[in-house]
Design a protein. Structure first.
Length: 145
């Protein structure tokens, strides 16, 4: 009886030591925010995306107060990734393919400008449907701290 138990335990140990094949279909891109700080994140389950908002100190002051007028020098970046299942944790998700980096800059006159880098949000003409709507959406985030 003891032999059977040891054989079963040994079989379980050996089966756990087998190298599992890597799933190379996912690539994980790490965004470097530079001097910008993390403010907030969001998940869109329908589109299977996750986004993180980064900004400078002036952006933090504007968003935390809920001001409708942005401080001159405000810089915000909304980074969106497609997410996929985390192979190390059942039920968890991690960022994968970088979909877009949207930037909002506020000049000295208080006018906000919008810039889009490498995105699935762009149409064939390389234009965003409504820049003002995107600025309004990005400015609607509230910092988590």
């Amino acid at each position: 009886m003891n032999r059977i138990i040891f054989m079963l335990l040994g079989g379980m140990l050996l089966s756990n030591c087998v190298d599992k094949q890597k799933n190379d279909s996912y690539t994980r891109v790490v965004f470097d925010p530079g001097a910008l700080k993390f403010f907030a994140s969001s998940v869109n389950k329908k589109q299977e995306t996750m986004a993180a908002l980064y900004g400078n100190d002036k952006a933090y002051q504007t968003l935390s107060k809920g001001d409708s007028i942005s401080a001159a020098g405000t810089i915000l970046r909304l980074v969106t990734w497609r997410y996929h299942d985390n192979p190390q944790y059942t039920g968890g998700t991690i960022n994968g393919e970088l979909l877009s980096v949207e930037s909002v800059y506020v000049n000295e006159a208080g006018k906000a400008s919008y810039e889009l880098e490498a995105s699935a949000l762009q149409s064939e003409t390389n234009e965003v449907a409504d820049k003002q709507e995107r600025i309004k959406y990005i400015m609607s985030y509230k910092p988590v701290f």
